[in-house]
Design a protein around this ligand. Structure first.
Ligand code: NDP
Length: 441
């Protein structure tokens, strides 16, 4: 095994067993959400009527096949995914370089989140302008085919993960066209176990030409589908009830701010663990393409079901809006401060030198806790759940799941930084002892 791609010894998620559990369990969770949160069956409290749920499921293998491989839904999803690939390739953007890779090179990225968002919004408005009574068949299609689409995005994420795994073995042609060179694998995804490497992601940055599959999936098909699913819920409520509740409007606004913030500030992604360290395998493929749109849109889908409407009134509307702004302020300001610091600005802030040559900030936001940005992100999550009221814990799934994701992420990052900075990281942790929430955790 060459030095460029060292053999992975440590296996995350309890290795193959954990990876297998996640691969089976999380897609099942998404299907369960859909079955308990749709116009036919809407969960109340914590009681689940399994008989009524099972009645929604196909009974014959042919019906299952029709559900999983509905031609119309697959055509629509493939048009969505590859249409975005084409837009990603042709829309103008800023050329940026990623972090330095193990072979000393840096990848080039075209950062065109702004032109992508403007194009999508312009398309939506132009469709609305020519619509009758704001009726858009595309949004109705999404609303009416939720279960089909959940299953389609899951299957697609499996297929994409298989593709990138196999692709990671194809030798890479050198930029001068003469001969081949080794691909850079993820430090986590080179165990040699086919299933585990497929799950965690073998290649660090799978690319076809200039199309970077990982960055594309992180911020395009799933995030923007989430936006459309939310809009389809507004569309549904408007056309069924003739009005849209303030709670549904609020969830749509808050989540649109969050997701477009991600798409518009995609340059910030280049220094995230997902891009710098994780390979692209089933974990990210499923997370980006299926988990984000279908679990993050749960609040909107719940509120759009007749009988689940929540009228917040101005007081709660404003209070929840404020909560999002507080969370957002912490999240953005902390991430910006770290990014500015890494780019050589903010030299007046206290930091410690490390043997690697880079410094660790121990001041400002980063003096309060090791991941104060996670706290901001979590508060934002609360502002998405609260508009659903307190009729069922299901709509609070996001904050519970997100807390465990952030804690797990903090542990992973701690291990990464310990390996990178050694004793300097111990010194940093003495100066900044709290992991996420100052004085608490
Ligand atoms: P961080 O932004 O906290 O970045 C961690 C990295 O920053 C470390 O590996 C280290 O990298 C560097 N670093 C850590 N501490 C310091 C310091 N004191 N001074 C200088 N550099 C430091 O973590 P993530 O990449 O996990 O998260 C980025 C954002 O994405 C967060 O705001 C998070 O909330 C959000 N997020 C959202 C998710 C969602 O599903 N909504 C999922 C995951 C994340 P280096 O090696 O460069 O020094």
């Amino acid at each position: 095994m060459s030095e460029l791609n060292p053999h992975t010894k440590h296996r995350e998620f309890n290795g193959v067993v954990g990876a297998l559990g996640i691969t089976i369990f999380l897609p099942a969770v998404l299907e369960f959400f859909q079955l308990v949160c749709n116009p036919t069956y809407s969960i109340k409290g914590i009681n689940i009527d399994f008989h009524q749920i099972s009645e929604q499921l196909p009974t014959t293998s042919q019906q299952w096949l029709d559900l999983a491989f509905n031609t119309q839904v697959w055509k629509a999803y493939l048009a969505w995914f590859f249409g975005l690939v084409v837009l990603d390739q042709i829309l103008p953007g800023k050329e940026l370089q990623g972090v330095e890779l193990r072979d000393g090179t840096k990848l080039k990225y075209t950062i065109n989140g702004v032109s992508m968002s403007v194009s999508l919004i312009a398309l939506l408005f132009s469709r609305l302008a020519v619509s009758r009574n704001f009726y858009l068949p595309e949004l109705q299609f999404i609303y009416d085919h939720q279960l089909h689409l959940v299953i389609t995005t899951i299957i697609f994420s499996f297929i994409l993960a298989i593709f990138v795994y196999v692709y990671s073995f194809v030798p890479l042609t050198k930029p001068n066209g003469k001969g081949t060179k080794e691909r850079i694998l993820s430090v986590n995804g080179n165990t040699g176990n086919i299933f585990y490497d497929w799950f965690i992601g073998r290649e660090l940055n799978p690319r076809i030409g200039s199309w970077d599959i990982k960055l594309f999936c992180e911020l395009r098909p799933g995030m923007l589908l989430w936006f459309l699913i939310n809009l389809s819920c507004v569309h549904q409520q408007y056309h069924i009830k003739g009005y849209v509740t303030d709670s549904l409007i609020l969830v749509n606004i808050l989540q649109a701010i969050y997701l477009f913030d991600g798409v518009l500030n995609e340059a910030g992604c280049l220094s995230m663990i997902d891009i710098t360290t994780d390979g692209f395998g089933f974990m990210l493929s499923f997370g980006d393409l299926a988990w984000v749109p279908w679990s993050y849109s749960l609040q909107s889908r719940y509120l759009a079901i007749p009988g689940n409407e929540v009228d917040l009134g101005w007081f709660y509307f404003t209070a929840i809006l404020l909560l999002q702004f507080v969370g957002f302020y912490i999240f953005r300001a902390a991430n910006q401060q770290k990014s500015d610091f890494k780019n050589g600005k903010l030299n007046h802030l206290k930091s410690i030198e490390t043997k690697t040559g880079s410094k660790l900030l121990v001041d400002g936001w980063w003096g309060m806790s090791q991941h104060i940005n996670y706290l901001g992100d979590w508060l934002i999550g609360w502002s998405w759940c609260l508009p659903t009221g307190f009729q069922t814990p299901l709509t609070y799934f996001y904050v519970i799941y997100f807390a465990s994701l952030l804690i797990h992420r903090q542990v992973r990052d701690d291990m990464k930084c310990q390996a990178k900075y050694g004793k300097d990281w111990d010194k940093y942790k003495e100066l900044v002892p709290y992991k996420i929430v100052p004085y608490l955790y």
